[in-house]
Every structure is written in C-alpha cells, then in structure tokens.
Design a protein. Structure first.
Length: 288
C-alpha cells in the first residue's frame, strides 16, 4: 500500500472467509469487509469509536498487570483493531490511510531519537528524556507557526483524570509552580481532607445530597492533592491505583472462592463473614 504518489488507498474487502495470516494487509482487507457487510461496523464513525479506544487501552493495562500472555495478545489485538478501524474510515473519507499513519510514526521516532540515528550522543536515559522534551517543544513551536497556538498546560495529553492530574502538575512544576519538597504536598493533602470532612461531618444524608456539588469539588481537591504526593515521590498515580484495583479484585475473588467451597453464594453472605475472608485473603497474599 504505497503512498509514494501521495495517493490514498482504501483497502479492498477480503472475499470469502479469511485465514489468520498475521499480515497487516490481510487485516486491513478484513476490516474493509466488516465495514461493507457488518451492520454495526458500517454505522460507526471516528467519534463513535472514541469510548472504545479508551476502554481498550485500559483493558490492555489490566492484561499487562495480569501477566497472562493470551490476555495480553488479545488486548493488544483490540488496541490494534482501533487503529485499523479508524484508518479504514479516514481512508474512506479520502483523508489519509494506514501508510500515512505508519510513515508519520516512523518520521517521529527518527526525529525524536537523534542519539540513535544521528551523531548526537546522550549518556543516560535522563539525558534522553531531556532531549525528548526539547524536540517535542520544537515540534510544538512548528505547530504554532502553522497557527496552532497553545497555552503551556494545553500540551497535557488526554487520559484518565489521574494521568492528566499528574501531567498537569509536572508541567506546572517545570514552570516553577511547585513545592520544593514533599512536606508542602502532604500539608496540602491534609488541608483538602479537612475541607472534605467539613462537608461531610455532622451532616445528614439529605444535607450532604443538597450540597453534593460542593462535596464533589472537595473530593476532587483531595484526589488532586494525593496525586501531587505521588508525583513528589516519583510514583505514577495511575499505576498505583491500578495496582490497588488489581489487588482488590484478587482479594474479592478469594472471598467468592472460599464461599463457593463452603457451598454458599456471595449474595447469601454478610459483611462480617466477608470481612473475615478479606483478612484471610491478605494473609494468603503474604504467605504466597
């Protein structure tokens, strides 16, 4: 699928029932067939697929955490499907095709690794990161020259709230808007938790619900402050939270397994029994 003549190629649908060949062109032809013959695939748009792309990225993260090869292969395939699906639709619109996407990526990787492909020498990964940021800044300046002006924090990438919070804080820190050490971040966390408690303590459920937007704001402030503590410790807040989610799911699974062994359903258990099994799950983790 050459673009040497700058011509956009819309893949032709595969005929019959295709084999799993492992070839990209065959995958593109399969996607073209789905866009032709599958009612659900036919009605999708680039905008309608956005939630699925986000979901698949998260599911890949979970699969990597599980370290199960079959799950990881499946989720990597689902992420690749999103790329192929979007490329198919953009090719149908006459905007660009998969070759354009791949060549753009290749150009970017070469451009951002002068220490690999040019004479430039960088001594360690920290120096690589500094140079990477410099090159990204040059790219942003080129975008601005094309009329794509942005404010400093606009460069924060889309992602989960935790990811964006940590990135916003990193960018602000680079501009000098930060505490020198971790103490200031911890003090801010204590301050925000106190404000949340003020909204919740000595209030009825009705009063809390009547002021739910203020509670939501204070809760968000607490989470943002906690992310800041993670950043000051050079920890990834998203990864830490995913680890916690994985741990919770594992322990809850242990509860279900133990109840099944005793011939009970989880719906027939109570919090006292489940809490005891939760503690047993923690002991099981430490011993395994």
């Amino acid at each position: 699928m050459s673009i040497s003549d700058n011509k956009i190629t819309v893949p032709k649908p595969v005929q019959g029932t295709p084999d799993a060949t492992g070839e990209l062109d065959d995958l593109l032809a399969l996607m073209a067939r789905l866009r032709t013959d599958c009612p659900w695939d036919k009605k999708q748009t680039n905008h309608s697929l956005i939630p699925y792309a986000i979901e698949e990225a998260y599911e890949l993260g979970e699969a990597v955490q599980s370290d199960d090869d079959e799950d990881i292969k499946g989720e990597l395939g689902d992420v690749l499907l999103q790329v192929v699906f979007h490329c198919q639709m953009y090719a149908e619109q006459g905007r660009f095709d998969m070759s354009d996407v791949i060549s753009t990526l290749q150009e970017k990787l070469v451009r951002r690794h002068p220490h690999v492909f040019e004479a430039e020498t960088l001594k360690d990964d920290a120096a690589v990161k500094v140079r990477w940021d410099e090159i990204k800044l040059e790219e942003q300046q080129a975008r601005e020259a094309r009329g794509k002006s942005k404010r400093r924090l606009d460069q924060v990438k889309a992602g989960s709230a935790l990811m964006q919070a940590q990135d916003v804080q990193k960018q602000a820190s680079k501009l000098g808007f930060d505490w020198e050490g971790i103490a200031g971040a911890v003090d801010k966390l204590d301050e925000e938790i106190a404000e949340l408690k003020h909204e919740l303590t000595d209030k009825s459920t009705i009063e809390v619900k009547a002021n739910i937007r203020e509670v939501e704001k204070e809760l968000g402030d607490c989470m943002f402050a906690l992310v800041n503590v993670a950043r000051k410790l050079n920890l990834d807040a998203e990864a830490a939270t995913l680890t916690c989610v994985h741990k919770f799911k594992s322990r809850f699974g242990y509860i279900e397994e133990q109840l099944e062994l005793s011939g009970k359903r989880i719906e027939d258990s109570d919090i006292t029994e489940m809490d005891a099994l939760w503690e047993a799950a923690k002991r099981h983790e430490r011993s395994s």
